[in-house]
Design a protein around this ligand. Structure first.
Ligand code: HEM
Ligand code: HEM
Length: 176
C-alpha cells in the first residue's frame, strides 16, 4: 500500500513522517550540543555552543509548531489501531505531552536568554533584542526549569519508543 502526503484514517502520511524524523534528529542535535557545553566554564567557547544550541532549538520549536498544525489538519491513525480504548487514550495523551513539553522547553530557553540580558539569535537569519539590561533572578529560576525538563524528557521518550514498537508489533491491524 502506497503512502499519501496526508494521513489516512489508518496510516501516517509522508509529511507527518518527514516532520517526525526531522524533529527527532533536531532534538538529538540540540541535546548533543548541550552536552558539549554544560560542563564548560563561562567563556567564548561556551557562548559559541549556547548560541548554536539556541539556534537549533528555535528550529525545533518551528518544526514542533508545524507538526502541531499538521496534526490538527489530519486524521489520527491511532484511532484505527487494534489496541484497547484506554491504550489509545494513553497514546494520544502521551503524544500531546511530548508536544507540550518540547514546546515549553524551547520557550523556556528563549525566555532564559531574554531575561539574562542577551539577545536571541536564530543562526544569522534573525535576532530578538534582550528584554532586560542585565541578568535578573528570574533567569536562574528559568534555567532550573530548563534543566528539570531536559532530565524529564528521557523517561518520556523511553515510554514513547517502547509504546511505538509495541504498536508496530501488535497494533497496526484495522479495528473497523
Ligand atoms: C527541546 C529543546 C531543548 C533541550 C532538550 C535543551 C536542553 C538543554 C540542556 C540539557 C542544557 C544544559 C543545562 C545545564 O547543564 O546547565 C541547556 C542549556 C541551555 N539552553 Fe537549552 N534545550 C532546548 C532548547 C533550547 C532553546 C530553544 C533555547 C534558546 C533559544 C535554549 C537555551 C539554552 C541556554 C541559554 C542554555 C544555557 C544555560 C546556562 O548554562 O547558562 N535551549 N539546554
Ligand atoms: C527511535 C525513536 C522513535 C521511534 C521509533 C518513534 C516512533 C513513532 C511512531 C511509530 C509513531 C506513530 C504513533 C505510534 O505508533 O505510537 C510516533 C508518533 C509520535 N512521535 Fe515518535 N518515535 C521516536 C522518537 C520520538 C521523539 C524523540 C519524539 C520527540 C520529538 C517523538 C514524537 C512523537 C510524536 C509527538 C508523535 C505523535 C504524532 C502525531 O500523531 O501527532 N518521537 N513515533
Amino acid at each position: 500500500m502506497g503512502i499519501d502526503l496526508k494521513n489516512s484514517k489508518i496510516q501516517y502520511g509522508l509529511i507527518a513522517r518527514m516532520l517526525h524524523w526531522t524533529s527527532v534528529a533536531t532534538l538529538l542535535t540540540v541535546i548533543v550540543v548541550a552536552s558539549q557545553f554544560s560542563d564548560l566554564a563561562t567563556g567564548p567557547e561556551k557562548l559559541e555552543f549556547i548560541s548554536l544550541h539556541s539556534s537549533i532549538g528555535i528550529l525545533l520549536l518551528m518544526l514542533m509548531i508545524a507538526r502541531l498544525t499538521w496534526r490538527n489538519l489530519n486524521p489520527n491513525p491511532i484511532y484505527s489501531y487494534s489496541i484497547k480504548p484506554w491504550q489509545k487514550l494513553l497514546a494520544i495523551s502521551l503524544h500531546r505531552s511530548i508536544y507540550v513539553i518540547i514546546i515549553a522547553q524551547c520557550i523556556a530557553g528563549i525566555l532564559m536568554l531574554l531575561t539574562s540580558g542577551q539577545t536571541v539569535h536564530f543562526f544569522d537569519v534573525f535576532e530578538l533584542p534582550a528584554l532586560l539590561d542585565k541578568a535578573s533572578s528570574i533567569h536562574v529560576t528559568i534555567l532550573g526549569f530548563h534543566y528539570l525538563i531536559s532530565v524529564m524528557i528521557y523517561p518520556l521518550f523511553a515510554v514513547h519508543i517502547s509504546a511505538a514498537i509495541y504498536h508496530q508489533i501488535f497494533g497496526l491491524v484495522e479495528d473497523h
